[in-house]
Ligand binder design. Sequence first.
Ligand SMILES: NC(=O)c1ccc[n+]([C@@H]2O[C@H](COP(=O)([O-])OP(=O)(O)OC[C@H]3O[C@@H](n4cnc5c(N)ncnc54)[C@H](O)[C@@H]3O)[C@@H](O)[C@H]2O)c1
Length: 355
Amino acid sequence: MGKIKIALAGVGNCASSLIQAFQHYGNPSKAKESAGLAHPMLGNYAVSDIEVVAAFDVDQRKVGEDLSKAIFAEPNNAPKFTDIATLNVSVQRGPSLDGITPELRELVEESSAKPVDVTKVLQDSKANLLIGLLPSGASEATYHYAEAALNAGCAYINTSPVFLASNREWAQRFRDAKLPVAGDDLMSQLGATALHRALLDFLVKRGVRIQESYQLDVGGGTESLESLHRARDQKRSMKTKIVSTEVPYEVPVTAGSTDYVYFLGNRRESYFYLRGQYIGDADFKIDLRLVSQDAPNSTSILLDVIRGIQIGIDRGFSGPIDAVCSYGFKAPPRPYPLSVSETIFEHYIRSTRPV
Ligand SMILES: NC(=O)c1ccc[n+]([C@@H]2O[C@H](COP(=O)([O-])OP(=O)(O)OC[C@H]3O[C@@H](n4cnc5c(N)ncnc54)[C@H](O)[C@@H]3O)[C@@H](O)[C@H]2O)c1
């Protein structure tokens, strides 16, 4: 069993928390003691088995820098929770495509360097897994990196709400290339979608009748600005669909990002409302607010997905791996209720057969 060699497309806030986690949880004995990891070991893989071998971005404050510095460059505002030694991975200038919208130009400074050949960098670095951590609505950029992954023989993880793993043609292309793909739209560890799903599951299992529910949130990361202008409708539809899987009857549900509030920094504030009846038509109403840091919220699930995909590579699986996609993403090819997807994932880790 060798190292899991990963490359990152996008060195933004999620990348920052992920790289810091490698350092923080890199020692397997420490990882067991450290709060925050769902799986210190996943199958035979510890966090220390993951090695970053290449990274791409388009912002001039990141391109050409060692990854250890680039993750702390503006406009990133993910919290710093550990010091990082030099990684000897220089951030390469990726092709911009649709990665920088006019609104994002307020925050992103486009590099004047010539874009590299992504396929060649992946081949030269011997990466076996490319993780797309691109802005939410950047579909052209997502497809460009996915194409490069196919050409270079890399599996692909799509964290953004662009249809890739759940797009039939793309899924088939990964199957044909005998490479796994995972997506779409990563689900946070303690994110609004996960919490909303857990609340609904709890109420349904206790026989409570839900009448209506919503979940809306605001944030201050680059991603929230991006979502506001480009990906809001797509995100809302993906979130609403997956949240609705928790209720086995028709009920009005809305779940989505609403706005960008610059002074929140990496903080996200999510508001939940649930109304219904329990026995004897007794009414109840729940109003809740979750305050969280956005970037670290992506890390534990992403670490599980990376190792889950490597397990798939080891077993010779290709195309979307349902167990990984339904566990780690809001828009998987086959959505299941939260508790079912967790059971399927645990079973997949232990079994030697596809799920
Ligand atoms: N908890 C979470 O933060 C969370 C949860 C679910 C999904 N996601 C998804 O993860 C993705 C990344 O989120 P983030 O908060 O890190 O975003 P971010 O805006 O902080 O980072 C995006 C990075 O991509 C770079 N970029 C833009 N175009 C590029 C291109 N063509 N090539 C290479 N790099 C390019 C930007 O310069 C930036 O560094 C988003 O799609 C988001 O929807 C995040």
